[in-house]
Design a protein around this ligand. Structure first.
Ligand SMILES: CCCCC/C=C/C(=O)SCCNC(=O)CCNC(=O)[C@H](O)C(C)(C)COP(=O)(O)OP(=O)(O)OC[C@H]1O[C@@H](n2cnc3c(N)ncnc32)[C@H](O)[C@@H]1OP(=O)(O)O
Ligand SMILES: NC(=O)C1=CN([C@@H]2O[C@H](COP(=O)(O)OP(=O)(O)OC[C@H]3O[C@@H](n4cnc5c(N)ncnc54)[C@H](OP(=O)(O)O)[C@@H]3O)[C@@H](O)[C@H]2O)C=CC1
Length: 264
């Protein structure tokens, strides 16, 4: 686990909303912000997992709240932000971490399968960004958005839908950085390579190991390393950074070749 470079209570008085915050990378992000004094608001679909996550955070002295919503559903996203207003939990920082896909050759992805992955990763992120920006604008209150995408510089064979959706988020990040700078919002992204979480069980283990061995830094990232990058982009140290996508990929972007992703 990396040593934290951040001062204690850096995010004291801040509310940080983390989609997909009940597991994996999202939970590591919630833990770090909470340890640095923030109130954290977790969203995901699975209520039981959210409750377990907020329970763990609360035991550690972190103020944590959970709302079960599906970010693919516009009505649920709007209702979430109305509820956050009612609960006086309007976020200062939004981390769009919820996402995922299934591994399949492009020719095996049906129109509905493609749509499902775009709905989750691109449209879901867009809906959350829009609701957050409208809330910030209403309150005349700036803020930070950090979008979690995938390392995609050379395409992502075996995940054409996710490659397209996440490339969309990378450009959305740049465009919203322009449009929302006057609102006092910065919009950035982090593009992880392979990160050690339970979600990797859906991929072929031998392939994962081969992918990792080919990297300049031949190991997986830890979820806590992603959390540190996100905290940096949400911190005052990054106040003049907007529209960037930070590669957190062990140098995968230097290799010029992208791993073949396959289901086990
Ligand atoms: C080497 C790997 C490095 C990778 C680095 C990245 C890692 C990660 O991202 S970790 C991932 C985090 N978590 C996940 O990825 C899990 C998330 N996945 C999902 O939640 C779902 O798969 C979904 C959102 C992408 C789709 O959910 P849902 O809408 O519930 O899907 P349906 O079951 O209704 O199916 C819709 C559509 O998609 C077709 N489909 C589903 N799975 C597959 C598959 N494995 N292969 C081919 N097609 C699949 C399904 O058949 C449906 O299409 P139609 O049959 O045409 O209706
Ligand atoms: N692990 C890795 O190697 C990498 C992961 N990533 C990305 O990082 C993010 C986190 O991944 P990781 O922690 O590994 O995996 P997880 O599967 O643990 O995280 C995905 C999270 O998104 C939530 N989620 C999924 N669909 C929805 C939905 N429709 N509405 C609301 N929430 C949803 C899930 O909760 P629930 O199912 O309860 O809704 C879950 O908490 C994902 O976007 C992933 O694609 C990027 C690069 C590499």
């Amino acid at each position: 686990m990396p040593t934290s470079i951040f001062r204690p209570q850096l995010f004291s008085g801040r509310t940080v909303l983390i989609s997909g915050g009940g597991s994996g990378i999202g939970f590591a992000i919630a833990s770090l912000f909470g340890e640095l004094g923030a109130r954290v608001v977790l969203t995901a679909r699975n209520r039981a997992r959210l409750d377990q996550a907020t329970g763990t955070l609360t035991e550690r002295g972190i103020e944590a709240f959970a709302y079960d919503i599906n970010i693919r559903n516009e009505g649920e996203v709007e209702a979430l932000f109305e509820q956050l207003d009612a609960d006086a939990l309007q976020p200062d920082v939004l981390i769009n971490n919820a996402g995922g896909q299934f591994a399949a050759p492009a020719l095996d992805i049906s129109p509905n399968g493609f749509r499902a992955v775009v709905d989750l990763n691109l449209t879901g992120t867009w809906l959350m960004c829009g609701a957050f920006a409208r809330s910030a604008q209403r309150r005349e209150h700036g803020g930070r958005i950090v979008n979690i995408v995938l390392a995609l510089d050379s395409g992502i064979p075996g995940m054409a839908h996710a490659a397209a959706a996440r490339a969309g988020v990378v450009n959305l990040t740049k465009t919203l950085a322009w449009e929302w700078a006057p609102l006092g919002l910065t919009v950035n992204a982090v593009a992880p390579g392979i990160v050690r979480t339970d979600a990797l069980s859906q991929y072929d283990d031998a392939q994962l190991r081969a992918d990792v061995a080919a990297l300049p830094l031949p190991r997986m990232a830890e979820p806590e390393e992603v959390a540190q990058a996100v905290a940096y982009l949400a911190s005052p140290a990054a106040s003049y950074i907007t529209g960037v996508t930070l590669a957190l990929d062990g140098g995968e972007h230097l290799t010029g070749a992208t791993p073949q992703h396959a289901a086990p």
